[in-house]
Ligand binder design. Structure first.
Ligand code: AMP
Length: 283
């Protein structure tokens, strides 16, 4: 069945009320469109949990610190809707910027601490934009559960903190990273890579895997990370924002593997910023 396309808050609330009246629970998947199998894995997870699924598609201008990145962000709504139809998505909520940010809009949701590192530093204002738009989407829809990918692990942590702090009555589910056959994390930005850039981009996951294995085997994280940064730069990447080992819960920087941890990387290739992360298991 084709999903119902809704473009405003009142329509969304009315439709969600109807779904609830017919006994359904609601799972929400917030996205910026240009959907790929990573997004669809979130929709499948929501379906598997038995929910009627609302997918939002909104390229949120306030989370782009770089206007060129916003301009170049792929927009493929018709193809997105066709993909969502194959998964029996009940609702596609695709508001325009005016609906989300009415004239006079003056609210900013800022989460402290967990945004003071990684993408929070590399992309000033990014997480304020994310937190503000996600709080709006959750309050507009009020789903039972909302699904986010571990691909954006810091974002997931920020949203969990926000939902707890603001008592937003929605469960937040984190879902594993979906990857291409060669290991590159799926991303809407991958379509912007040149053929060569796409091939070279595999260096990110190669570096993450090698570093994770060596750290798990007891080697010194600092030295390894320096080596892998050099490898990434030799493989066609122009610049790195970070490559760091951090605690999985509060994202504190770690010098050694003394608690559950993850490696986080962000780097530029072909002027495209790619991010990835990987769990590092303490023995
Ligand atoms: P975006 O459209 O990039 O804002 O992403 C929307 C949601 O899809 C976010 O929760 C992302 O973490 C998630 N997502 C994006 N790429 C992947 C991936 N490769 N695997 C799993 N989830 C993903």
């Amino acid at each position: 069945m084709s999903p119902t396309i809704i473009r405003n808050v009142a329509g969304l609330r009315a439709h969600v009320a109807q779904l609830r009246a017919s006994g359904k629970t609601i799972g929400m998947v917030p996205t910026m469109g240009a959907l790929h199998q990573g997004h669809l894995s979130l929709v499948r997870a929501a379906k598997a949990d038995g929910h009627a699924v609302v997918v939002s598609i909104f390229v949120n201008p306030t989370q782009f610190n770089d206007p060129k990145d916003l301009e170049k962000y792929p927009r493929t709504e018709d193809a997105d809707i066709a993909l969502l139809q194959t998964l029996d998505t009940e609702v596609v909520y695709a508001p325009n910027a005016r609906e989300m940010y009415a004239e006079g809009f003056a609210t900013n949701v800022h989460i402290e601490g967990i945004t003071d590192s990684l993408c929070g530093v590399a992309r000033p204002g990014h997480f304020d934009g994310v937190a503000t738009v996600v709080s709006k989407l959750l309050l507009q829809c009020l789903p039972d559960q909302a699904y986010f990918g571990e691909k954006d692990f810091q974002q997931l942590a920020v949203i969990k903190r926000m939902v707890a702090d603001l008592n937003i009555p929605v469960n937040i589910a984190g879902c594993p990273i979906m990857r291409e056959a060669d290991g590159l994390a799926m991303s809407s930005r991958n379509v912007r890579l040149s053929q060569e850039g796409r091939k070279n981009a595999v260096a990110l996951i190669t570096a993450l895997k090698r570093a994770a294995q060596a750290i798990e085997a007891g080697e010194n994280p600092h030295n390894l990370i320096q080596e892998e940064i050099a490898n990434i730069l030799k493989s066609g990447f122009d610049k790195l924002d970070y490559f760091e080992l951090r605690a999985s819960d509060n994202l504190e920087l770690l010098k050694q593997l003394d608690r559950p941890a993850r490696l986080f990387v962000a780097a530029f290739i072909d002027d495209v910023r790619l991010i990835d992360n990987m769990e590092v298991r303490a023995s």
